[in-house]
Design a protein around this ligand. Structure first.
Ligand SMILES: Cc1cc2nc3c(=O)[nH]c(=O)nc-3n(C[C@H](O)[C@H](O)[C@H](O)COP(=O)(O)O)c2cc1C
Length: 165
């Protein structure tokens, strides 16, 4: 079974979560392709897709959003899982009026999971630093790879069950 894991990431923390998901799927015997969302040109080749993005200013990154929008029909016809990566205490993406919530609903994703991310103040540009100073979220690496593995294991179970049908 061929599975695509695609991510929208600016500073790499989401990419590392996506990579951990891909490795876990690979260990379970699935045929995995791991890619930045901007490098994905089609999804038809795959049997299932997992797409995730860092959340910036309450929404997904453009490349991950475009991947879902551009391939909405194909994704709607296959099992898809989505995830967001963001910082606790910042405005979260689950707001029903936000773009990504609607997109996830539109493609009928099997599940949408929120993972805690990482914020390295020193890496940010001036505008980002100003925003972060104003919002004052916790700074640091809050990623929980046990949570990532547990979520991935749920996907593996579902894909293995589907493959057996
Ligand atoms: C300018 C800026 C805006 C952010 N906005 C949000 C937000 O609206 N909601 C949220 O949960 N996290 C927000 N974050 C936190 C990022 O989503 C988090 O740091 C994430 O791990 C970054 O992923 P990346 O390293 O893959 O780019 C923001 C971070 C920055 C620097």
């Amino acid at each position: 079974m061929k599975v695509l894991v695609a991510v929208g990431s600016k500073y790499g923390s989401t990419r590392e979560i996506g990579s951990a998901i891909a490795k876990r799927l690979d260990s379970a015997g699935l045929e995995v392709t791991f890619s930045d969302a901007c490098d994905v040109f089609g999804v038809d080749f795959f049997d299932a897709v997992i797409v995730g993005s860092a959340v910036y200013n309450r929404t997904w990154r453009k490349d991950a959003t475009a991947l879902v929008k551009d391939h909405k029909d194909a994704l709607s016809a296959m099992p898809v899982w989505t995830f967001s990566v963001g910082m606790e205490k910042m405005v979260r993406h689950e707001d029903p009026e936000l773009d990504i919530t609607k997109l996830v609903r539109d493609i009928g994703a099997r599940d949408h999971h929120y993972f805690s991310g990482a914020l390295d103040f020193a890496k940010l540009n001036m505008g980002e630093k100003a925003l972060i100073r104003a919002l004052n979220p916790p700074i640091g690496d809050y990623r929980d790879f046990t949570d990532v593995e547990a979520w991935t294991d749920g996907i593996v179970s579902e894909l293995v069950a589907r493959a057996a049908l």
